[in-house]
Design a binder for this molecule. Structure first.
Ligand SMILES: [Fe+2]
Ligand SMILES: [Fe+2]
Length: 193
């Protein structure tokens, strides 16, 4: 593991409750597997994975304006439910915790919750791992294997979104606009950069 990962891991372990920290380790493990399989930078995927939920418990009513002041576009669903901005907070704080990090790391953590057509391949990796890491109890091993059996990151994200759509429908909830946009992008053959 890189020095950056070691430092981020120390920071996150101290900051997060144990359960969320263990989830973060699960995301790291699956992210590294996916990155390796799709020829993406494995150590970058580990740093993104360990940090993605670092600010999960730091959101409040002031978070939307804080994010906007740092140049982040806040979507209407995030305005209503600031907890959804924990990835955006992680993106804002990434440099100060770790020194200058690549832009792709910030984009990936920023969009890990609702997804975004411009989240990049590393963003897709953390999105998939966040949903399907081995500690997640909302899917069984068969469903996890089904996701991993798909041939591309795009197919995996679409499959996850299909499951989320079914869940939202059953609860009478509406998908975020930015997620709908991602789904149409993928339906039309869009690829993550
Ligand atoms: Fe998250
Ligand atoms: Fe997460």
């Amino acid at each position: 593991m890189s020095t950056a990962y070691t430092e981020l891991n120390r920071f996150v372990k101290e900051k997060l409750p144990e359960k969320r920290y263990i989830h973060s380790l699960g995301v790291v493990e699956m992210s590294m597997e996916l990155a390796s399989r799709f020829s993406l930078p494995v150590s970058d995927s580990a740093c993104i994975g360990i940090f993605h939920d670092a600010y999960r418990y730091d959101c409040g009513s002031g978070t939307p304006s804080f994010c906007r002041a740092h140049g982040i576009e806040v979507f209407p669903e995030e305005e209503k439910e600031p907890m959804l901005l924990h990835g955006a907070l992680a993106a804002v704080h990434f440099d100060e915790v770790q020194g200058p990090v690549p832009h792709s790391w910030k984009v990936a953590v920023r969009h890990h919750t609702l997804g975004h057509k411009d989240m990049g391949a590393l963003g897709a990796v953390v999105y998939i791992a966040d949903y399907a890491e081995k500690g997640r109890k909302h899917l069984d091993d068969e469903e996890r294997s089904r996701i991993l059996s798909l041939p591309t990151l795009e197919a995996m994200v679409m499959h996850i979104m299909d499951m989320q759509r079914a869940y939202f429908e059953s609860k009478g909830m509406k998908e975020a606009g930015v997620s709908e946009e991602l789904y149409s992008f993928l339906e039309n053959g869009g690829r993550f950069a």
